[in-house]
Ligand binder design. Structure first.
Ligand code: GRF
Length: 190
């Protein structure tokens, strides 16, 4: 059994889709959900799926022996970011080399980097009159949104779409494909 930890800061809709996908999966399990936000929606996801969860404060997040100890205790093999807004420290990247995935709501390398999250991304896509957008799953390195891309899905845009329409359309793709991309990635490393 491969065990995944989800890190999320916000609404948690991707975390919910991932938990649904891997619920009763024969070889992949969500073993732990971590958040930096005591009000994160992901806490109710953890509750619904009976997954151990922890809200990490700043001291805990920056303490390598604490956090790596926690991941070790829950026998975590892969770390899945699902709307986690903090930069992942180098010691965590080194400990989980090429085993940390992130999802981004644009076709990277476009519209990524520091400050490019949530509606900032979709507004920039709209402002640039893009005719296509989508989602990217990538490996995490020390820079925001720059790790190796492992999966992308696209959607056409029309000029009458607002940034909110774009966000909704891309989120549907995220829910549909992130779990599948995770599953393929984890299975390929077996
Ligand atoms: C998603 O758009 C994801 O691509 C980005 O953060 C958002 C998280 O949304 N990294 P949710 O919390 O999963 O609803």
């Amino acid at each position: 059994m491969k065990k995944l930890a989800i890190l999320a800061s916000g609404g948690g809709s991707n975390a919910r889709a991932i938990c649904a996908h891997f619920d009763s999966h024969p070889s992949i399990q969500i073993g732990l959900i971590l958040t930096d936000n005591p009000n994160a929606g992901v806490l109710s996801v953890a509750d619904d799926y009976k997954i151990p969860t922890m809200v990490l404060n700043k001291t805990q997040r920056n303490d390598s022996s604490y956090l790596l100890g926690l991941l070790h205790q829950y026998q975590i093999d892969f770390v899945i970011l699902a709307g986690y807004l903090k930069l992942i420290p180098k010691w965590l990247i080194n400990a989980y080399q090429d085993k940390i995935l992130n999802i981004h709501p644009s076709l990277l390398p476009k519209y990524g980097g520091q400050g490019m999250y949530g509606m900032h991304v979709h507004q920039a896509v709209k402002d640039n009159m893009e005719m296509v957008s989508g989602m990217t799953v990538h490996l995490v390195n020390e820079r925001f949104d720059e790790g190796k891309i492992i999966f992308q899905a696209t959607t056409p845009l029309s000029p009458d779409m607002t940034s909110i329409d774009i966000a909704k359309t891309v989120l549907v793709l995220e829910h549909k494909y992130y779990s599948v991309a995770i599953e393929k990635f984890v299975n390929a490393l077996k």
